[in-house]
Design a protein around this ligand. Structure first.
Ligand code: NAD
Length: 496
């Protein structure tokens, strides 16, 4: 099947476009070259998609849950059959490596597997005889039209955090993916249609702020799931809730990794390299600040620097895969570089420097090499802002107490990790650090689909997180029925 950017909207089961829509250029970041022009939707386009979803809702909500789950079983098989092709698409429009692209899709595929368990996940509760002759029961009902608004950095995983669960719960859906990575969303949509989803149950629109505002204010949209940067997450939450919608909005992050003096050097270096430089640091779970405890990190720092300097950077559309791919745009590369420049001017030491990296066969690609900056102070932008690039801050701490105190000054609260052989240190850290996802000898782990993606503070706005049972609760509303039947002898089963 071809991927067509000229009719990229999927509304009511048809691929379409809209005359006169403004356009945005989609790039291949590895090459720094345009892939195509994406039409951006606004109020009218969003309205068409929401109306299609609204029209499809009654029949879909009434479809038995086992039949809804069967669509997901088929979808799972189709993703499996097209795994390699989708991963290559992610490399092309995002610039991450093939292994990272497979990981991106795999984590989303796991949510599809979770959604296959819908009949169990949606089973209600019944308590007989809550009072004499009276039974209580709880059943879960869908909400109606749900919307998903997603960022560029996980083109497959993040949309898949949302719609598989929303759909099996009986909702219909409108997805608005990042305008920088529309191709993966288009392919995931094609496969969903092939899996047998009825027309209008899932709709795809593209756009920027105008399309987001249209979703947030549309009277027929009942719930909004958002993932992106903190300022937009806050905006989406306040605007969406002000318009009467249920909203879950994941924001940005700044994740601390504590390295204790007793940590295993090789395993720690491997874990930290992955956390800091995986996906070129463009992860909300990136381990972006290392706090070494005791002796200025002499046991790990030289090894980390060596590993960073040895990390290859390059094109992700070729067979020989680099250690790290490109960042999303030239502007983003320049911003990351300038944050490192600022830190250096303010007195931080750049001990591994990827700012000047060159990739011979892709001179226009958006590249940065692995960069480590030591002695980053809390008043520097590098310490305060989410860098979202391959830059690791290092700060030396005298003890665990000081490290926990520093980590807890963050306005974010997505993840944190500790590397240690001490159970006591790990326990202390786990209990006291103010973040929602903790790694112990695992570099800032994103929870698997059966657990919620549970950011705290300004990394999350809302009540119910994505994935797991929290995801099912978000996409359903409970109904409690209390029944009493006036039949002679009712309630006497024990006496007969
Ligand atoms: P972004 O906030 O720029 O964009 C996210 C979505 O919001 C996109 O669909 C975009 O079109 C839309 N958008 C952008 N500007 C808008 C505006 N002014 N009004 C309304 N909508 C707008 O984020 P990004 O650059 O695509 O992604 C990176 C960010 O996402 C990072 O901050 C990262 O930490 C965060 N993120 C968070 C999580 C998490 O689960 N906490 C996961 C992945 C990424």
């Amino acid at each position: 099947m071809t991927l067509n950017l000229s009719t990229p909207f999927f509304i009511g089961g048809e691929w379409t476009t809209f005359a006169g829509a403004p356009r945005s250029t989609v790039f291949n970041p590895s090459l720094g070259e345009p892939i195509g022009e994406l039409p951006l939707g606004g109020t009218a386009e969003v309205d068409a998609a929401v109306r299609a979803a609204h029209a499809a809702f009654p029949a879909w909500a009434d479809t038995p849950v086992v039949e809804r789950a069967r669509v997901m079983f088929k979808y799972r098989t189709l993703i499996e059959q097209h795994f390699d092709e989708i991963a290559r698409l992610i490399c092309k429009e995002h610039g991450k490596t093939y292994a990272e692209a497979r990981g991106d899709l795999y984590r989303g595929y796991e949510v599809v597997e979770l959604a296959c368990a819908a009949p169990t996940l949606l089973t209600g509760e019944l308590l007989p005889n809550i009072a004499r002759g009276i039974d209580g029961e709880l059943a879960r009902y869908p909400l109606g039209v749900c919307a998903g608004i997603t960022p560029f950095n996980f083109p497959a995983m993040i949309p898949l955090w949302m719609f598989p669960l929303a759909l099996v719960c009986g909702n219909t859906f409108v997805l608005k993916p990042s305008e920088r990575v529309p191709l993966t969303a288009i392919r995931l949509t094609q496969l969903l249609a092939e899996a047998g989803l009825p027309k209008g149950v899932f709709n795809l629109v593209h756009g920027g702020k105008e399309s987001v505002d249209a979703l947030l204010k549309h009277p027929l949209v009942k719930a909004v799931s958002f993932v992106g940067s903190t300022p937009i997450a806050r905006y989406v939450y306040t605007t969406g809730t002000a318009h009467g919608k249920r909203v879950q909005a994941n924001g940005g992050a700044k994740n601390y990794v504590v390295i204790m003096p007793d940590a295993d050097v090789d395993k720690t270096v491997e874990g930290v390299m992955n956390a800091a430089f995986g996906c070129a640091g463009e992860r909300c779970m990136a381990g972006s600040s290392v706090l070494t405890v005791g002796d200025r990190g002499r046991h790990v720092l030289p090894e980390l620097v060596k590993a960073a300097q040895a990390m290859t950077v390059g094109r992700t559309d070729v067979e020989a895969q680099p250690g790290m791919g490109a960042v999303i745009t030239a502007a983003h590369r320049d911003r990351v570089r300038s944050l490192v420049d600022d830190g250096e001017r303010a007195g931080a030491k750049v001990i591994a420097d990827g700012r000047g990296v060159k990739v011979k066969d892709a001179p226009n690609g958006f590249y940065l090499g692995a960069t480590i900056v030591e002695d980053v102070r809390t008043d520097m932008k590098l310490a305060q802002e989410e860098v979202f690039g391959p830059v690791l801050n290092v700060v030396h701490m005298s003890d665990l107490e000081q490290a926990i105190a520093l980590a807890n000054t963050s306005s974010f609260g997505n993840g944190a990790a500790i590397f240690t052989r001490s159970g006591a240190a790990a326990r202390e850290f786990k209990h006291r650090v103010k973040a929602g996802m903790i790694g112990v000898n695992v570099g800032v782990p994103a929870p698997m689909s059966m657990f919620p993606f549970s950011g705290w503070n300004e990394s999350f706005f809302g009540d119910l997180h994505m994935q797991g049972r929290a995801g099912v609760q978000f996409y359903t509303q409970p109904k409690v029925t209390t029944s009493r039947w006036f039949i002679e002898g009712e309630g006497d089963i024990w006496r007969k």
